[in-house]
Design a protein around this ligand. Structure first.
Ligand code: ADP
Ligand code: MG
Length: 405
């Protein structure tokens, strides 16, 4: 049995026209002889009737005190409405389908409401339904805890539902349908001449996703990588093949050079605050004190530089005041620079290539953009800039590395 998992994101299901495109992709693959498992997100974006953000606003406008367990229950409605809508449209075309919630589809998770981790996927019911239905529709982003409570997997969680199902069902492929033509060299909303990448390795996209490219969730890529399931990221609104994500050995017909590129793309995380804590004489334990406190308060830290003069790191803007309060309680005198953005240059081949940092500095200097902090690893170089310089920095770096060509 050839099983294909298709995942359709919020904008792909938002309008009657978009849903017509979705149905075309389903009909085409059924005609090819595939058994289809279709994972859906909630329809639309913030403001649309049943979108996830709309449901969150709904809860906030009714006392803003909904407990996490009940919030997850509310959020599950978005995907259920979306799945039932698709089921009606398919049945009207005599395509038989069945809707399974995350729980019915076998997603067992921990009980970390709002950001649950998948512990296991037991897809017995899906296999059973596939025997006599053309399409099994699964509500993305959901699971069930050991106690039997509905849970959600966090933002972008439907991508994770899709690849986890792909792995559990030993699917031939997981197709992630979205509103862009695949994975591009940068976010096309900010960099107009960003170019679709025909192939990327799991490692490359995992890196890009971790650095903020929200086209696919990093956890979704990790699961696909562990199980070796190829993933295609492609547009709902065209017939293009999009981007194939696999191990480089899987790129059989790759022309020379595609995999040898040293920079794959540029990504960003906006809205971060840089915190600096200078070391006073005698405070040998400063670093330990700072990072233990952040960990104890569940504040995620990034971009850490430790020197004898003190520590510098970043937190998300929305966690900054909490972080600063905790540091002051320790008797420290932190300095904060809010409104920063982390811009990353990502590539498989950055390691050991001379001159990459020089190129980055040159590109930013040409635009008068100050670098507030920088760091590098084998595969990524990060720079921290003021948020108002972020878009210009992305465009300048994209151009400097000739990613538009
Ligand atoms: P969906 O609802 O289909 O999951 P998302 O909004 O989560 O869609 O992801 C698609 C969006 O990701 C695109 O509209 C694009 O703006 C953004 N994006 C960010 N970085 C990239 C990138 N490198 N390539 C493609 N899209 C990107
Ligand atoms: Mg998404």
């Amino acid at each position: 049995m050839r099983i294909l998992v298709q995942k359709f994101g919020g904008t792909s299901l938002a309008t009657p026209e978009a849903r017509e495109h979705v149905i075309k992709h389903i009909e085409r693959e059924l005609a090819e002889g595939c058994r289809l498992v279709v994972v859906v997100s909630a329809m639309g974006r913030k403001g649309d009737p049943y979108a996830t953000d709309t449901l969150l606003d709904w809860a906030a406008s009714h006392g803003n005190a909904l407990p996490p367990r009940e919030k997850d229950l509310l959020l599950c409605c978005g995907e259920i409405i979306s799945a039932a809508t698709l089921c009606s449209l398919l049945e009207a075309r005599s395509i038989s389908s069945v809707v399974l919630t995350g729980a019915q589809a076998g997603f067992r998770t921990d009980d970390h409401f709002g950001n649950a981790r998948i512990l296991d996927v037991v897809p017995d019911r899906i296999f059973k339904e596939l025997k006599d239905k053309d399409v099994v529709i699964v509500t993305g982003f959901q699971g069930i805890s050991e106690k039997g409570d509905f849970t959600t997997l966090g933002r972008g969680g439907s991508d994770t539902s899709a690849t986890a199902l792909g792995a559990a069902l030993h699917a031939e492929m997981v197709d992630i349908y979205t509103d862009v033509n695949g994975i591009l060299t940068a976010d096309p909303r900010l960099v107009e001449d960003a170019r679709p990448l025909p192939y990327v390795s799991y490692a490359e996209i995992c890196n890009m996703a971790h650095q903020g490219a929200k086209v696919i969730h990093p956890r979704a890529v990790e699961i696909a990588m562990q199980s070796g399931i190829p993933v295609r990221v492609r547009s709902t609104f065209s017939e293009g093949k999009g981007t194939l994500v696999a191990n480089p050995e899987g790129f059989k017909d790759v022309q020379n050079g595609i995999i040898d590129r040293y920079v794959t793309g540029i990504a960003y995380v906006g809205n971060v605050t840089q915190i600096t804590v200078e070391s006073d004489e005698g405070s040998h334990h400063l670093q330990l004190q700072v990072f233990k406190t952040m960990a104890a308060n569940d504040i995620s830290v990034d971009f850490i530089n430790v020197t004898p003069a003190g520590v510098v790191y970043t937190v998300f803007d929305f966690e900054a005041s909490r972080a600063l309060d905790r540091l002051r309680e320790l008797g420290l005198h932190p300095k904060a620079l809010s409104g920063c953005a982390k811009v990353s240059v990502i590539g498989g081949g950055i390691n050991g290539v001379p001159g990459i940092m020089a190129k980055i500095v040159e590109a930013l200097a040409e635009k008068d953009i100050s670098i507030l902090q920088s760091a590098d690893s084998n595969t990524t170089i990060w720079v921290l800039v003021h948020k108002q310089d972020m878009v210009q920095a992305l465009r300048a770096l994209h151009k400097k590395f000739e990613l538009h060509i």
